[in-house]
Design a protein around this ligand. Structure first.
Ligand SMILES: *Cc1c(COP(=O)(O)O)cnc(C)c1O
Length: 343
């Protein structure tokens, strides 16, 4: 793949596609410590064929964005939360952690090195950052690797919804994404390999993705593809499921806080029963990539349940989206410690 130049990018028409930018950060774990940490130009990783990541999936990742503000500054949204979540994912897979302060500093270095690729304010586009850690070295037995590569690369991505938010439909899956005492809480590569087939089936049936139910009884909503679920009840409660197999979304916890403290709603983590969808007047999927995808309808057991509308966005969903993206792009006042200016 050839290197792109910032001047050739059409900021208004970016999708979510890999781009080989000039710079990334890498660090190597060897002999029990992080070494050679810094910005490099090589976008290819050179690893042994015996690397545990290739056989046993010892890989964790993160997803975050850098935003350009109207005054042409660039900022990160809660990068400390990504650092902490990556650490807990690493602990679950017996990997070394990358220290929080160095993680945030490394993210800033990658953004600064590729500053021309942070899309202009108003395009809706952002610079997506992908921190990744993999187990390498020559360890063919089923053990934790003795060497690791930590890297952060970046690529400009478009806003999911051009011309404003629009609802999409989902369908429940018979498959499970993760078990309650498994790796659902960790952002580990294997979870996503397991979700490819259910997601593909949902899309072939004409849905945006599938909704996973709890792995014990299949009665409660857990995740929406690779995003968290929230619903607004008819009596105005922001409710999002609580379960040990849900990935703790930073977007979800931010919305939970904003629903209560900026919109004045009651906000809670509680069970969302699949046979009680009539309790909800709006629903959405949330995560860094799309921020919020309003859920128009949810198909379960052959019946399509419509929340607010299949074509229009509910008022609370719209207000949550505007508040959160306003904070991220620097046009709405951020709660203490939520945004970090890079320049
Ligand atoms: C990353 C991810 C999310 C969203 O998390 P954010 O921190 O909001 O980006 C939700 N569900 C799954 C399964 C994920 O991997």
């Amino acid at each position: 793949m050839s290197r792109v130049e910032a001047k050739d990018i059409d900021w208004e028409n970016l999708g979510f596609n890999y781009m080989d930018l000039p710079y990334r950060f890498t660090a190597h774990w060897k002999n029990g410590e992080w070494q050679d940490a810094g910005i490099v130009e090589d976008s290819t990783l050179h690893i042994s064929e015996a690397s545990p990541v290739l056989h046993y999936g010892q890989a964790v990742f993160e997803g975050m964005k850098a935003y350009r503000t109207p005054d042409d500054s660039v900022q990160l949204f809660r990068p400390d939360q990504n650092a902490k979540r990556m650490q807990s994912s690493c602990e679950r897979l017996l990997m070394p952690v990358f220290p929080e302060e160095q993680f945030v500093d490394a993210v800033k270095q990658v953004v600064k090195a590729n500053i021309d690729f942070v899309p202009p304010y108003g395009s809706g586009a952002t610079l997506y950052l992908r921190p990744l850690m993999i187990g390498t070295g020559e360890m063919i037995g089923v053990h934790a690797a003795d060497e690791y590569i930590f890297t952060i690369f970046a690529m400009p991505v478009g806003s999911y919804f051009k011309g404003g938010l629009s609802p999409v439909n989902f369908i429940t899956s018979d498959y499970d994404r993760a078990a309650h005492r498994g790796t659902g809480q960790s952002k580990v590569g294997g979870n996503y390999a397991a979700s490819l087939l259910p997601g593909d089936r949902a899309r072939k049936q004409g849905f945006a993705d599938c909704v996973y139910l709890d792995p014990i009884e299949h009665r409660k909503i857990e995740e929406v593809g690779a995003a968290n679920f929230f619903g607004i009840t008819k009596d105005g409660i922001f409710r999002t499921p609580k379960s040990p197999s849900i990935l703790p979304s930073i977007t979800k916890y931010s919305l939970l806080w904003l629903a209560e403290n900026r919109l004045g709603l009651k906000a809670e983590e509680a069970d969302v029963y699949i046979d009680r969808l009539d309790d909800y007047s709006e629903a959405g999927a949330c995560g860094t990539a799309a921020v919020i995808s309003p859920i128009g309808g949810l198909q379960h057991n052959g019946k399509l349940h419509i929340f607010y509308s299949e074509t229009k966005v509910g008022p609370i969903t719209g207000e949550l989206f505007n508040t959160l993206t306003g904070i991220q792009f620097g046009t709405v006042e951020a709660p203490e410690g939520w945004v970090e200016r890079i320049l």
